[in-house]
Design a protein around this ligand. Structure first.
Ligand code: WAQ
Ligand code: MG
Length: 255
């Protein structure tokens, strides 16, 4: 199996020479998956098209990585999906706080999470937040933790696409977010996730955990807003190295 990753960015124009590498990048788009060898050409093509047609803007650098997977892959269960009724960002915040408080996430942790999710400066990855102290724990605050090396079993994918089609939400965005959330929820140190897309025209977000499943929340932000992000709430005694190691490096097949 092969892990294919794409990352598209825009370096700030004109001032490139004076800046430290990476410091001025605007993240445009990223994608990734685990595939068979015969799928590589098709997927690379698809990812490049995606990078060039992204609503966040035109990239001037696209990095594609195609990497053979040598490790044994772990398995994780696909989270069940539901959609809540929600009419505004304020209502979304109330729903998220109620649900996550129920899982033991403190107010402090929730406030810190919303600061990350609503910041104008988006991260490439996710913030890790201790569920009680609310302390941020990701080693690199600009980059965050990037969930990587995940794929879905063919039969599971087929069933999922049928189900999403029936619900009229069979889009790459939903499919990929649900897969990512399923890997994250399977990580022993993680208690829950909250996500707002950084795409200006995508206003449905979600929270996810083993207890709540994947819960979609419409109108989590207003159309046109550029902010967005991901937060993974972790157990107070979680080992950061094993959490990031699992999320970034362990190949996981969702089934
Ligand atoms: N690992 C960790 N964090 C990530 C990753 C990743 N692989 N990819 C993106 N992020 C973070 C990053 O901070 C982005 O700014 C933020 O998440 C949002 O990413 O069911 O499209 O790719 O309809 O814009 C939710 C779908 C879509 C809800 C989420 O996120 C639904 C989405 P985006
Ligand atoms: Mg995006």
């Amino acid at each position: 199996m092969w892990n294919i990753r794409m990352r598209a960015s825009q370096k700030s124009r004109g001032r490139k020479e004076n800046l430290k590498p990476g410091s001025s990048e605007m993240h445009i788009s990223g994608a990734e998956g685990i595939f068979e060898k015969t799928e590589i050409a098709r997927i690379v093509n698809e990812y490049i098209n995606r990078a060039f047609t992204h609503p966040r803007g035109r990239p001037d650098e696209i990095v594609i990585t195609v990497e053979g997977i040598k490790q044994r892959t772990a398995k994780a269960a696909l989270l069940p999906l539901t959609t809540r009724e929600c009419n505004s960002p304020d209502e979304a915040r109330r729903i998220i706080c109620r649900e996550l408080s129920g899982l033991g996430v403190s107010n402090k942790a929730l406030n810190n999470a919303f600061r990350v999710l609503c910041s104008a400066k988006t991260m490439r990855g996710a913030s890790l937040i201790f569920m009680e102290s609310g302390r941020r724990a990701e080693p690199d605050r600009n980059r965050g933790v990037r969930v990587s090396r995940l794929g879905m079993q063919k039969s599971c994918l087929r069933r999922l696409l049928q189900r999403l089609s029936k619900m009229r939400i069979n889009t790459t965005t939903v499919k990929e977010a649900l897969m990512l959330a399923s890997k994250v929820a399977s990580c022993p140190g993680v208690i829950a996730e909250a996500c707002i897309s950084d795409d200006p025209d995508y206003s449905t977000g979600y929270i996810a955990s083993r207890k709540t499943g994947y819960m979609r929340i419409p109108n989590i932000k207003n159309q046109g807003d550029l902010h967005g992000g991901r937060v993974f709430f972790i157990r107070e005694n979680a080992d950061i190295k094993s959490v990031t190691g699992y999320l970034e490096k362990t190949p996981v097949i969702i089934c």
